[in-house]
Every structure is written in C-alpha cells, then in structure tokens.
Design a protein around this ligand. Sequence first.
Ligand SMILES: NC(=O)c1ccc[n+]([C@@H]2O[C@H](COP(=O)([O-])OP(=O)(O)OC[C@H]3O[C@@H](n4cnc5c(N)ncnc54)[C@H](OP(=O)(O)O)[C@@H]3O)[C@@H](O)[C@H]2O)c1
Length: 253
Amino acid sequence: MNDPFGTPDSVLVLGGTSDIARALVRRLVARGTKKVMLTGRDRARLDVVAAELRSDGADAVTSLEFDATDVAGAASIVDSAFAEAGRVDLIIVAVGLLVDDAQEERDPAKVAESIAVNFAWPAVALARVAEHLRSQGGGHAVVLSTVAAVRVRRANYVYGSAKAGLDEYARNLHQALAGSGAGITVVRPGFVHSKMTVGRPPPPMSTTPDAVAEDVVRGLERGAEVVWSPARLRLIFAVLRLLPEVLWRRLPM
Ligand SMILES: NC(=O)c1ccc[n+]([C@@H]2O[C@H](COP(=O)([O-])OP(=O)(O)OC[C@H]3O[C@@H](n4cnc5c(N)ncnc54)[C@H](OP(=O)(O)O)[C@@H]3O)[C@@H](O)[C@H]2O)c1
C-alpha cells in the first residue's frame, strides 16, 4: 500500500475474533484487501472468522494463536506475524477485556488480567509493531481505545484506567513515529453492541460494530489521529472531561 489511507493490501489483526475488528476487516476486504493475518486465543473462533473473510473474497487468510495475559510474549507474536506476512500495511489492535466491575476490582488476579489485556500486552505489541513499520518505511496501526479512557468512571475504573494508559501510549507513539512514514490512529467508540457488552444495558448513543468500522474507514481516509464513534461523542466528552469532579461523580453512568 503506497497511500497509507487507501485500501491496505495486507492487514494484521491483534484480536482477530473481536466483533469490531471483524466488521472492519470485512469492510476492508470488500474494498480490495487480499491478505489478512488473524491472531487470537481461540483456534475455533479464528477459523470461523477466516472462513468468513475467504468467502468475502480475501485471497490469503492465516492465523496465529496468542494469549494477551502473556505480556512478555507480545513482541514475539508480532515478529512471527511480520515474518509470515512479509510487509503489513495496516495493523488493527482490538484485543480487550471488560469483566464485571464489582468482581474485577476485588480480585487482584482480575485486575492483573485487565491491565495485561487492555494495556500491557497491546503496548508491548505496539512497540514492536512500530519497529517493523520503521524498518519497512511505512504502514499504519489502528488502536481500539474507548470513550471510557477519556475520563475514567467509578463504574469501570479498572478497564477505564488500563484503556486510558493505552490511549495515551498510542497517541504518543504516533508522535514518536513522525517522519518514519508510519502512524497510528486511536479509535474511541462509545457503547458498542458486541460480545463484550452482551447483557449490559445499552446507554443512549450505543452503536454497532459495522457503524464503528465505517467511522474508522472514514477516519483513515481523512488521516484522523483520533476517531470518535459515533462522532458526536467528541463534543460530549469535550464538555464531560471539564466537568468538576463533584458533578462528574453524580452522573448516572
Ligand atoms: N464493545 C464496546 O462497547 C467497546 C467500546 C469501546 C471500545 N471497545 C474496544 O474495542 C475492542 C474490541 O472489542 P469488541 O467490542 O469487538 O469486543 P470482543 O468481540 O469481545 O473483542 C475483544 C477481543 O479481545 C480478545 N481477548 C480478550 N482477552 C484475550 C486474551 N487473554 N488473549 C487474547 N485475546 C483476548 C477477544 O478474544 P475472544 O474472542 O477469544 O474472547 C476478542 O478478540 C476492545 O479493545 C474493546 O476494549 C469496545
């Protein structure tokens, strides 16, 4: 891919069974992406996504297993993926975990898992991705952050804090990549109807994986560093992030 915001020839998905990533990759394949490398923790689920992409028209779909609790292994997963794929034009970082808040905050093992999956593993993987993009002289990464990272809430502060770390990390890594031909787009969806949110009551402005995928594609086309989905959340959070703490804590969210 010569134009970083055109259709990528080859895509690597870190978290290939994510509903949002799946919708995004299907959209890219419909636009001409031919080569997809999926990574994930569950072989059977990866096979389902791979079959779907092949039937959508992808020529080459391969997959690789990893577990994001193995933070020390993140760099070697990225190395293996680049070694197998050769050049990668677009990397989608979709791995993430949202568990029951009350259960998570009282269990140190759950806190460790959330920080690993939502921040540490993606951050280490991105550090390695950045090295590969520098060596190949270009390419782009899309990192799925969340509006919950913009101002962390009591209701899901373990997830929100981890995602806030990833959001800051990815935006600053984008700055660090200036002049290399590579870059990073951070995506901040609101509540998305995906397997992550099954059983949770949808707030106003909840959206779908397809709608997020469309917003990401449009964001890449215009060279956005941050994509909000839906877009109006940007204005809403411009106000919410400035709200005095005493008022923020009283909001029913
Ligand atoms: N859904 C929302 O409301 C929402 C809103 C804002 C941001 N996001 C972010 O968007 C991204 C995608 O979420 P989604 O909505 O598409 O949910 P999803 O379908 O549950 O995707 C989460 C992905 O993370 C993977 N994952 C979780 N723990 C893992 C582990 N230990 N090792 C390897 N992979 C692991 C999941 O694998 P399995 O399929 O094997 O579980 C899945 O591929 C996440 O980063 C999420 O934080 C979601």
